[in-house]
Design a protein around this ligand. Structure first.
Ligand code: GAR
Length: 191
């Protein structure tokens, strides 16, 4: 059984899709929601779906490895970053090597790196006059948005699209493809 921890900082619409997608799945089960923000709406999903929840404190996230014990206690085998905005420290990357994925709202390697998250990405894409954008699912390493790409999906950008229009298109792709990309990665890994 693969037990997922979903790390998220905000709304959690991707987290919600993932939880729904894996409901009743024979060997992949979301178990825990982890957030750096005690008032993040994503934590309500833990309540409504009977999952564990954990709120991170910056000092202990970066200054100790206590989180690993918590993840072990929940038997977490795989970590999903779904709108999680803190850089993952090396001890956590090391503990979940090839077992941690992130979603990014652009076609990496374009429009990635520090400061490139949420609407910042879509504004940059618009400002660059791109004709397409999309979403990327990638493995997590120690640098922002640089791990191996596992899956990408793209969508066209019309000249009249605003950054908000672009954000809507990309989020729709994320909702459609993130959970299946996780499933196929895990299935190929174990076969
Ligand atoms: C998603 O669009 C995700 O790609 C992005 O945050 C959003 C979270 O939305 N992540 C990043 O920008 C990371 N660099 P959600 O909370 O509704 O799932």
């Amino acid at each position: 059984m693969e037990n997922l921890a979903i790390f998220a900082s905000g709304t959690g619409s991707n987290a919600k899709k993932i939880i729904e997608y894996f409901e009743g799945h024979p060997n992949i089960r979301p178990r825990l929601i982890v957030s750096n923000n005690a008032s993040a709406p994503v934590l309500a999903l833990a309540e409504s779906h009977g999952l564990g929840q954990l709120v991170l404190k910056r000092a202990s996230f970066y200054g100790s490895e206590a989180l690993l014990e918590e993840l072990k206690a929940h038997k977490i085998t795989f970590v999903v970053l779904a709108g999680f905005l803190w850089l993952v420290p090396p001890y956590l990357v090391g503990a979940y090597k090839s077992r941690m994925v992130n979603i990014h709202p652009a076609l990496l390697p374009k429009f990635g790196g520090q400061g490139m998250y949420g609407m910042n990405v879509h504004r940059a894409v618009k400002a660059a006059g791109e004709q397409e954008t999309g979403m990327t699912v990638h493995l997590v390493n120690e640098a922002y948005d640089e791990g191996a790409v596992l899956f990408q999906a793209s969508c066209p950008i019309a000249e009249t699209d605003t950054p908000e229009d672009i954000a809507r298109k990309v989020l729709a792709l994320e909702h459609q493809y993130f959970a299946p990309a996780i499933e196929s990665y895990l299935q190929n890994k174990s076969s």
